[in-house]
Design a binder for this molecule. Structure first.
Ligand SMILES: C[C@@]1(CC(=O)O)C2=NC(=C\c3[nH]c(c(CCC(=O)O)c3CC(=O)O)Cc3[nH]c(c(CC(=O)O)c3CCC(=O)O)/C=C3\N/C(=C\2)[C@@H](CCC(=O)O)[C@]3(C)CC(=O)O)/[C@H]1CCC(=O)O
Ligand SMILES: NC(=O)c1ccc[n+]([C@@H]2O[C@H](COP(=O)([O-])OP(=O)(O)OC[C@H]3O[C@@H](n4cnc5c(N)ncnc54)[C@H](O)[C@@H]3O)[C@@H](O)[C@H]2O)c1
Length: 205
């Protein structure tokens, strides 16, 4: 068995096309909101949820059945209709460089979606490689409990402080020491992280 290769895509400004407008397509569309991708849905009918997204200007909806030209300029393509043959034809019309996922044929897809926890800059993705989407969902729910909302602010603190350290501290060992110190329970639990960091920095520099 070949193993999968996980990457975090930056989709800002990229076109993503979703063929089909049902429950599964909507889940895929929702996972793309907030990425900055331009999302195009091709389907004669869409769910109420997607109609709202369309009316809110969050997605483009082309009210039609699939044809090959719909794939033009797409970086990612989701084939999520309830017709096996249509989903397969989406794959066959795609160019070699376009990445396609087929909702009912994981083995012949170029990628698939993991279950995903997002806490600001922190992303945790879980994949079972198609063995059990329900296990992926269960693990995601457990991770959501473990990595609660507090991580969003904590990651912002880590980001800002790390940028400061990289810019201001030349000594490699001090740099390493500070970068390690901010990843600690003390800092996670602190109510005044920046103050605490300032104190530590003054003490150690
Ligand atoms: C993680 C998640 C992300 C997302 O979709 O956003 C996701 N599926 C989720 C839920 C879910 N999917 C299904 C059920 C019903 C129970 C069941 O069948 O087990 C449930 C549970 C539910 O709905 O509650 C049915 C199903 N799924 C696939 C097939 C086709 C097949 O296996 O042949 C069928 C049968 C269709 C049929 O019956 O015809 C295929 C895929 N589903 C994947 C991802 C990829 C593998 C991920 C992995 O293994 O880690 C992969 C390969 C391709 C892809 O779609 O990317 C999301 C949870 C999100 C969350 O809550 O966190
Ligand atoms: N990957 C997953 O996570 C997952 C989970 C469950 C089901 N599935 C599979 O995903 C597929 C879709 O499931 P669903 O529950 O969303 O189905 P659904 O019946 O709710 O939706 C199907 C959609 O496809 C559209 N459609 C039909 N023919 C089309 C065409 N020629 N061009 C464009 N759009 C067309 C319909 O208008 C409809 O909006 C099924 O094959 C199902 O087996 C995948």
């Amino acid at each position: 068995m070949n193993t999968n290769y996980p990457i975090m895509l930056q989709l800002h400004g990229k076109k993503v096309v979703v063929i089909g407008g049902g429950r599964v397509a909507e889940r895929k569309v929702r996972s793309l909101l907030g990425t900055g991708a331009s999302i195009e849905v091709i389907s004669p009918e869409v769910t109420a949820g997607m109609q709202t997204l369309f009316l809110d200007g969050k997605i483009v909806w082309k009210e039609k059945t699939f044809s090959a030209e719909d794939l033009k300029d797409a970086s990612l393509i989701f084939a999520a209709t309830d017709h096996k043959e249509i989903n397969q034809s989406v794959y066959s019309f795609a160019e070699k460089h376009q990445l396609v996922t087929i909702a009912d044929d994981p083995d012949h897809s170029d990628f698939h979606l993991p279950a995903h926890v997002q806490r600001g800059r922190l992303s945790i993705a879980v994949s079972t490689g198609g063995a059990s989407p329900i296990l992926a969902k269960k693990l995601r729910a457990e991770l959501e409990q473990q990595f609660d909302e507090r991580y969003e602010e904590y990651l912002d603190f880590l980001f800002t402080t790390r940028q400061f350290i990289l810019k201001e501290v030349e000594d490699a060992s001090l740099k390493r020491k500070l970068l390690t110190a901010i990843v600690s329970e003390d800092f996670f639990d602190s109510q005044n992280r920046l103050e605490d960091f300032k104190r530590l920095y003054e003490e150690w520099k």
